[in-house]
Design a protein around this ligand. Structure first.
Ligand code: PMP
Length: 282
C-alpha cells in the first residue's frame, strides 16, 4: 500500500513521522474519514469543511489547500486501486521540542492513507449490531474531530469483550452518541430521534445527509436527547457514520428490538443513503 506523508507518496513500510510530532506526544491533531464507492469520494466537500472547522478550533493551519488535499486523495485512491473503502486524513500541529504550549513556528504534518472495506455488502449491516451503554468519559468538545480517541477505543474494546458490537455513550442520563458514530432511535410512533448538535457530539456528515433524506421521504425527525430507557422501548435503532453508512442496532443492553432483525425504517434509510451517495460521489 502507498501512503501519503508530508508531500510524498511512499510505500507504507518506508513512511516515517517524527517521535516529536505533537500528534504522537499530545494527541494534538485532527482527522477525517471519507468513504470511497466506485473509486469516488462521498461527501468530500462536507468532510473538508469540517476539517477546516476542527483546525480553526485548535488554531492550527492547514498544510495544503483543500483542492490539493482532494487531488492527493484521488491520486492515492488510484495508486492503491481502491474501489470500495475509506480514506483517512490526519493533520497534526507538527514537530517541536516537547512542551505543552504551542510551538512558535511549526509546519503541520499531513498523513493520508486508504483502507479497503466492504461498505455496500457489509455483513454486519445485514444482521445489525448489539450495543451496550457505557459512561461517556470523553472531553467536552466532541464536535472537534481530534485524534484523542482513547476513551472511544476503551469503550469499543469493552463492548467487544462483553459480546456487543459497539457502545452507546451516556452522559447525565442521556445517550450522546456511539463510540465512532451517531445514534438514533425510531419511536413506536415512527418518529426518528437523534441528539441535537452541540459540543457534546460530533456533527456527523452522514447524520446530516440521512436526516435530510428522512425528511424528504416524509419522516418526522426530532433532534433531542433520549435516555437508554427510551431507546430500549423504541421500535428501531440505528447508527450512522461515513464508514458504516446506516447500520441497524437490534439489541441495546439486554433488550432486543424489532425481534432482533433490522427494522423497516432503518433498512429504507440505508437504501436511500446508498443510492444518494453513489449518485453524488465524485
Ligand atoms: N461520532 C463520532 C464520535 C465519530 O467518531 C464519528 C465518525 N467519525 C461519527 C459520530 C460519525 O461521523 P461521520 O458521519 O461524519 O463519519
Amino acid at each position: 500500500r502507498v501512503v501519503y506523508v508530508n508531500g510524498d507518496f511512499v510505500r507504507e513500510k518506508e513512511a516515517k513521522v517524527s517521535v516529536f510530532d505533537r500528534g504522537f506526544l499530545f494527541g494534538d491533531g485532527v482527522y477525517e474519514v471519507c468513504s470511497v464507492l466506485d473509486g469516488k469520494l462521498i461527501d468530500k466537500d462536507a468532510h473538508l469543511a469540517r476539517l477546516g472547522r476542527s483546525l480553526e478550533s485548535l488554531k492550527m493551519n492547514c498544510p495544503a489547500s483543500l483542492e490539493d488535499i482532494t487531488s492527493i486523495q484521488r491520486e492515492l485512491i488510484a495508486k492503491n486501486g481502491i474501489v470500495e473503502g475509506t480514506i483517512y486524513l490526519q493533520v497534526t500541529r507538527g514537530v517541536a521540542d516537547r512542551d505543552f504550549n504551542f510551538p512558535n513556528s511549526v509546519t503541520p504534518s499531513l498523513v493520508i492513507f486508504t483502507q479497503k472495506k466492504n461498505l455496500l455488502n457489509d455483513p454486519i449491516a445485514g444482521k445489525g449490531i448489539s450495543v451496550i451503554t457505557l459512561p461517556d468519559i470523553r472531553w467536552r468538545r466532541r464536535d472537534i474531530k481530534t485524534v484523542m480517541l482513547l476513551p472511544a477505543s476503551l469503550a469499543k474494546q469493552e463492548a467487544l469483550e462483553r459480546g456487543a458490537g459497539d457502545a452507546w455513550l451516556v452522559e447525565d442520563g442521556y445517550v450522546t452518541e456511539g463510540s465512532a458514530n451517531n445514534a438514533y432511535i425510531v419511536t413506536m410512533g415512527g418518529v426518528i430521534v437523534t441528539r441535537q448538535l452541540t459540543h457534546s457530539i460530533l456533527h456527523g456528515i452522514t447524520r446530516k445527509a440521512v436526516l435530510k433524506l428522512a425528511e424528504q421521504d416524509g419522516y418526522e425527525v426530532e433532534e433531542r436527547a433520549f435516555t437508554p430507557g427510551e431507546a430500549c422501548e423504541a421500535a428501531e435503532a440505528f447508527i450512522t457514520s461515513a464508514s458504516s453508512f446506516v447500520t441497524p442496532v437490534v439489541k441495546i443492553n439486554d433488550r432486543v428490538l424489532c425481534n432482533g432483525i433490522p427494522g423497516p425504517v432503518t433498512s429504507k434509510l440505508r437504501r436511500l443513503y446508498i443510492e444518494m451517495a453513489r449518485a453524488e460521489a465524485e
